[in-house]
Design a protein around this ligand. Structure first.
Ligand SMILES: [Zn+2]
Length: 408
């Protein structure tokens, strides 16, 4: 017998990569799944009328806003007014100092863990030591955010990015993944974007970019006009000659497709050609943030059509600056309610394996399979939602419960 073996039994186990197992057992050795099968092992700790699912994957968040009790502005607010609020908020916070920021990040990470999170992709705006977080915590992919429209600052930003991807990985297990994030087309000088893509390609690190987020962004790229220009003028950043007329989101996608793993964050306004291109490039994923999408009042997101056409889609919560919490489970329940036509099997995969694939960690996480890491979430089932296990899983009363170790 292995030195550290655990056996869990549950009413249902949802491996995601295969159909659910009833009255099932999961055997874990040294944190790795050794076996799972549909019968209750008498030696297992019986977790009762719950489901074991793979730990959830939050493919996009900004933990730096985790101390917000509510979003920065009222739902349906203008995106650029919201951005101004973000700038003010960050200025105020920088006065509070790095330790206050670290405590905010820690708070956010604890919230993700409590919500059944196994993997969190965070956008990082200043350097800190992830080795200081309480352990165990969800695995982290840290995307260093870079932005400037000033050509004289491109070199410094690239140097910051270079240092970030060369950081020593903290000695804790499992290791943190370091990636890069050019913020968005309207805040990133084209030379900075090119430099970051090249850096990510050379070092084989993932890259995430807010892209096709607003109509205004498309207008800026196409014509060099519109609300983005007004906002950049307001901050004294506008450079009239910077945006080549006739640039499109597709120009960005073409470059992202050169990478091993790239994340198109939001993709609210991807057009038919973009979707067709992404379907041919499944290593470039669209990260849909359902409740944030609704908060800004965008027209319907094309995630269902994208999935049907073979585009890789994953789920993010975005931050507490635009969302009430950091629970991927709540995002999935929100989708279940709004889109009863979508199979719950698809929803579960979006919040687990879809995210792990987007971040290039599906060889270790995202499904319950022999040899993968035993990162689990426990769902207290809704027994009134019918006999179908998926209906019980996503029934109105189902919720994420305490992790198995806190029961064992
Ligand atoms: Zn974001």
């Amino acid at each position: 017998m292995a030195s550290d073996q655990q056996r869990w039994a549950a009413r249902w186990i949802f491996p995601v990569s295969s159909p659910p197992l009833e009255n099932a057992t999961l055997i874990v050795s040294d944190g790795i799944i050794e076996d799972l099968y549909a019968s209750k092992d008498a030696r297992a700790v019986d977790l009762g009328p719950v489901a074991l699912i793979p730990g959830l994957v939050n493919a996009h968040t900004h933990l730096e806003f985790s101390d917000r009790e509510e979003p920065l502005a009222a739902p349906g607010c203008d995106f650029f007014d919201w951005i101004s609020e973000v700038v003010v908020y960050r200025r105020r916070r920088s006065v509070a100092g790095p330790e206050a920021l670290f405590q905010t990040l820690q708070r956010g990470l604890r919230e993700c863990a409590k919500a059944g999170g196994a993997l969190v992709a965070d956008i990082v705006t200043s350097e800190y030591d992830p080795g200081r977080f309480d352990t165990p915590h969800p695995r982290l992919v840290l995307f260093r955010e870079l932005y400037t429209l000033r050509s004289e600052q491109v070199g410094t930003q690239l140097e910051t990015a270079r240092r970030f991807v060369h950081r020593p990985v903290p000695s804790e297990q499992p290791p943190v993944v370091f990636g890069l994030s050019p913020h968005a087309p309207y805040t990133v000088h084209p030379d900075l974007f090119e430099g970051l893509v090249e850096l990510a390609r050379r070092h084989q690190v993932p890259l995430a970019m807010h892209l096709a987020e607003t109509q205004a962004e498309l207008e800026l790229l196409r014509c060099g006009t519109g609300p983005c220009v007004e906002m950049l003028r307001r901050f004294g950043l506008w450079k009239g000659d910077l945006f080549a007329r006739g640039t499109t989101v597709r120009d960005y996608l073409n470059r992202l497709a050169d990478l091993d793993h790239a994340l198109v964050v939001h993709g609210n306004y991807l057009n038919d050609d973009d979707v067709a291109f992404l379907a041919e490039h499944p290593h470039v994923s669209v990260i849909y943030c359902p409740r944030t999408h609704e908060y800004f009042g965008h027209p319907p997101h094309r995630w269902k059509e994208m999935l049907e056409r073979g585009v890789s889609v994953a789920i993010g919560t975005d931050s507490r600056a635009s969302n009430p919490d950091l629970s991927v489970w709540n995002e999935l329940k929100f989708l279940r309610q709004r889109h009863p036509d979508v199979s719950p099997r698809v929803l579960l995969e979006l919040g687990t394996l879809g995210g792990a694939r987007a971040l290039g960690l599906d060889d270790q996480l995202g499904s319950l399979q022999r040899g993968k890491r035993a990162e689990l979430a426990v769902v207290e089932l809704d027994s009134n939602a019918g006999s179908d296990p998926y209906k019980q899983l996503f029934g109105p009363a189902s919720r994420i419960g305490p992790g198995p170790t806190s029961k064992g």
